[in-house]
Design a protein around this ligand. Structure first.
Ligand SMILES: Cc1cc2nc3c(=O)[nH]c(=O)nc-3n(C[C@H](O)[C@H](O)[C@H](O)COP(=O)(O)OP(=O)(O)OC[C@H]3O[C@@H](n4cnc5c(N)ncnc54)[C@H](O)[C@@H]3O)c2cc1C
Length: 512
């Protein structure tokens, strides 16, 4: 029966972040995730590392300041998967006065303090290139900075780093029950692929199950979490690119919400999000026709070229596990997190995570470990994750552009778009894929759209990928670019490779 210091339930951004922090402080850590890493909310976000300009309207200044501080930290430790982006907010005077927006942006820049990103400014949309795709009556706008992130890769990189620091990361493994016996946790874990169960004992348990957190809390603590979580569905649509440029747009809507429009995967635009109260199984959250119409209508109000449902090539939905602070509507509910520590005298603690954002996951992880410190007696007490690069983020001066230039020089035979994609996704670890290759031939079979066998093998060997969807949907996002036949060919290859890997681990011969 394995004994660990900390068992983390949930392989979203919060669980992976906590596992990484704990492993780096010398704890014996296990993380179990019922699906793939980031298979739930953490791959369905708007992919922003931001303070959240709109939260200023709800006077959440402390929260925005903290999130903006994290923006700088994450840009520093992951300059490959986190990058600066400029956002354009076209002004519609019926919705918010220009002075209010201007004041909000000044405050936003000020709260960021050590701002490495460009400051906000007013824009004349009639002459600025960013105004070109917008309707004529939109004459004024505002430009400000935030960061974008590859959300699913952020989770995977935290899990890789946790593993490299000794954590045992188990995907496709559900925690089906846990109870305290003689002062420690006994958790039953179900390996969903092998249909086999294991009992793991742990000195502390973390419930980082995102939208399932209340359910997990109720089942393991024997208490009722009550109304700690408010589940809110948010959906995005993907359409063929609707404008040129790297910037995004923030569109004010008549219901006072804002919609983001951003470049996505080179040839596409990502549009979101909605906010719909949600009940039921979070893994079944899907976009509705009303949400598609709502998003298309928001874009059509601002852009010259109207959008409708026929333009949508892909959509995804996630369920926000918001901490329920009793706010009237979902937009006003806090995006901050609450850590609930259940630590009866002489018994193993349970720490539950309610709420949070991708942006603040690292601080949340730090707080979680600090909260558990008295019970866990940490081998290393000091916080360390604010300055330790995530895998692949260790580039000189954190200078991504210089890193990319060097990489292009080293692999001139690989097309520029593929080099740029690989550099963004893997940072300095791209060498583990391209290595000593001297031509595309050395990278093995190309499955389509610059996705070579060498990358697939790396993802299976190093990044916990077990299915084609793990690779196409989350780790590389190449799914959008492959034909059904190419996907099928890739699926067959991944299945064979994963089966052989499992047989090898079990000491059985490979199948061809
Ligand atoms: C539409 C939308 C847009 C968003 N945009 C942004 C944004 O732009 N920026 C930002 O900072 N934040 C954003 N967020 C918020 C952010 O995505 C979430 O706060 C964050 O991803 C939650 O992470 P998590 O780890 O708590 O949950 P999850 O990612 O859902 O992870 C929980 C995991 O626990 C697993 N699990 C559950 N039960 C068990 C069990 N019994 N055993 C094993 N595993 C289990 C699940 O499979 C799941 O993978 C957005 C959210 C949504 C929905």
């Amino acid at each position: 029966m394995p004994l660990v210091d900390l068992l983390v339930i949930g392989g979203g951004v919060n669980g992976a972040g906590i596992a990484r922090d704990a492993a780096g402080r010398g704890l014996a850590v296990m993380l179990c995730e019922q699906g793939d890493l980031a298979s739930a909310t953490s791959s369905a976000s708007s992919k922003l590392i931001h303070g959240g300009l709109r939260y200023l309207e709800y006077y959440q200044f402390g929260f925005v300041r903290e999130a903006l501080r994290e923006r700088e930290v994450l840009l520093g430790i992951a300059p490959h998967i986190v990058w600066p982006a400029r956002f354009i907010l076209p002004h519609d005077k019926r919705l918010r006065p220009a002075l209010v927006i201007e004041a909000g942006l000044i405050l936003y820049d000020w709260l960021a303090r050590r701002n490495r990103l460009g400051r906000s400014r007013r824009l004349e949309l009639r002459t600025a290139k960013e105004g070109a795709p917008l309707k004529d009556h939109l004459t004024t706008g505002f430009a400000y900075s935030d960061c974008r992130v590859d959300d699913a890769r952020l989770v995977v990189l935290n899990a890789i780093d946790a593993r490299e620091r000794g954590a045992d990361i188990r995907t496709r493994t559900r925690c089906v029950s846990a109870k305290r016996e003689q002062g420690i946790w006994h958790a039953k874990l179900l390996d969903m692929r092998a249909a086999a169960t294991t009992i793991v004992t742990a000195r502390a348990l973390v419930d980082a199950a995102g939208p399932w957190a209340a359910e997990v809390f109720n089942s393991v603590s024997g208490r009722d979490a009550g109304k700690k979580l408010r589940l809110v569905k948010g959906s995005h649509i993907v359409v063929p690119r609707i404008y040129e440029g790297d910037h995004g747009y923030v569109l004010q809507n008549e219901d006072r919400r804002v919609i983001f429009v951003m470049p996505y995967e080179m040839d596409y635009s990502l549009i979101g999000t909605t906010e719909i109260p949600f009940k039921g199984d979070p893994s079944m959250a899907r976009i509705s026709t009303e949400e598609i119409s709502y998003l298309c209508a928001a874009v059509s109000r601002y852009f010259r070229e109207p959008l409708d449902a026929r333009d949508v090539v892909e959509s995804f939905s996630g369920v926000r596990p918001l901490y329920d602070d009793g706010a009237k509507n979902a937009s006003a509910a806090t995006r901050d997190y609450v850590l609930d520590l259940d630590a009866p005298e002489g018994s193993a603690p349970l720490l539950s995570v309610f709420g949070g954002k991708i942006t603040t996951y690292r601080r949340l992880a730090e707080d979680a470990i600090e909260r558990l410190a008295p019970q866990l007696k940490l081998p290393r007490a000091e916080c360390w994750t604010a300055t330790a690069p995530l895998p692949g983020g260790d580039m000189e001066d954190g200078d991504f552009d210089r890193f990319l230039r060097t990489l292009r020089g080293k692999y001139p035979w690989l097309d520029a778009a593929t080099v740029a994609r690989l550099a963004r996704a893997y940072g300095t670890r791209v060498e583990m894929i391209l290595g000593k290759a001297r031509s595309a031939y050395d990278l093995g079979v190309e499955f389509g759209a610059g996705l070579f066998q060498a990358e697939i093998d790396y993802l299976i060997g190093q990044e916990f990928a077990l299915t084609a969807e793990d690779i196409l949907g989350r780790r590389s996002k190449r799914g959008l670019h492959l034909s059904p036949a190419e996907r099928a060919q890739l699926g067959a290859y991944v299945d064979e490779r994963v089966t052989n890997q499992r047989r090898k681990t079990a000491g059985w011969p490979s199948v061809c």
